[in-house]
Design a protein around this ligand. Structure first.
Ligand SMILES: O=C(O)c1ccccc1NCC(=O)[C@H](O)[C@H](O)COP(=O)(O)O
Length: 257
């Protein structure tokens, strides 16, 4: 199963990171974070636009990605935040891209990776992330709470992603800053926007909610908005547009507020 494979790969990555910081610890983080929750809560539909060169389900999505130009295009098109994949083996992302994107835009930047250890949380702050993703499908309630605490300690916000009812209960116990309903099943890679429609009414008021994955047209964005989400997270569709700016503008133009 994909999540088992990736968890094993990430544990090995964390071990390498641990050895690295033994000789060269992360310097103390400085500067204010930009709030993802506030960006998602803004009026209208918030688009979190993703820099996603490849994926396990689709392979290479776009060759020769310039992450900075892509993110600047997203910002010019009206995106509320940028998500950057930092996993290399499966998504062809990298950590340096996140740092460069954060310096090049004025939006909150989400680190998209598979985080299972507090050291990765500390690393995220060092890289420049404003928020991190935690995936309920690969973490217990205790782990979610502990990583959430580590994020708070380092001044980061947390987006917790869920795909089913049990995961939702675990996520709520960890008090996410933003809750993401992932339309993609991470075992089968199948996407279905009806997942957002089913889970959205089960989320208590007061938590910013986004619909993630599977948006492949402005009509899909409008469908998720009608389901009651505050924002959407879009990767592949935007990466396949010739203009990142026009891609975001098109999504926003298709939404009935
Ligand atoms: O995108 C995948 O194939 C994938 C497979 C397994 C785990 C995670 C995966 N994607 C990470 C994401 O969260 C998506 O990049 C994000 O929600 C955007 O999805 P999309 O708009 O469908 O590219």
């Amino acid at each position: 199963m994909f999540l088992d494979r990736i968890a094993e790969a990430k544990r090995a990555e964390v071990e390498r990171l641990r050895q690295q910081v033994e000789t060269a610890p992360f310097p103390a983080a400085t500067g204010k974070i930009r709030s993802l929750a506030a960006a998602v809560n803004r009026a209208g539909l918030a688009v979190i636009a993703e820099v996603k060169p490849a994926s396990p389900s689709k392979g290479v999505i776009r060759e020769e990605v310039d992450p900075v130009k892509t993110a600047q295009g997203y910002e010019a098109g009206g995106a509320a935040a940028v998500s950057v994949l930092t996993d290399e083996p499966f998504f062809k992302g990298n950590k340096e891209s996140l740092t460069r994107v954060r310096q090049a835009v004025n939006l909150p930047v989400l680190r998209k990776d598979f985080i299972l250890d507090p050291l990765q949380v500390e690393e995220s702050r060092f890289l420049g992330a404003d928020a991190i993703l935690l995936i309920a499908a690969m973490l217990t309630e205790e782990e979610l709470i502990s990583l959430r605490r580590a994020a708070r300690h380092h001044g980061l916000e947390v987006l917790i992603e869920v795909h089913g009812e049990d995961e939702l209960q675990r996520a709520l116990a960890a008090e996410p800053d933003v809750l993401g309903i992932n339309n993609r099943n991470l075992s089968t890679f199948e996407t279905d926007l009806a997942v957002t429609e089913r889970l959205r009414p089960r989320i208590p008021a007061g938590i910013p909610v986004i619909g993630e994955s599977g948006v492949s047209s402005p009509a899909d964005a409008d469908r998720l908005r009608s389901a009651g989400v505050d924002g959407i997270l879009v990767g592949e569709y935007l990466m396949r547009q010739s203009s990142p700016r026009a891609g975001v503008e098109g999504l926003l133009a298709g939404v009935t507020i």
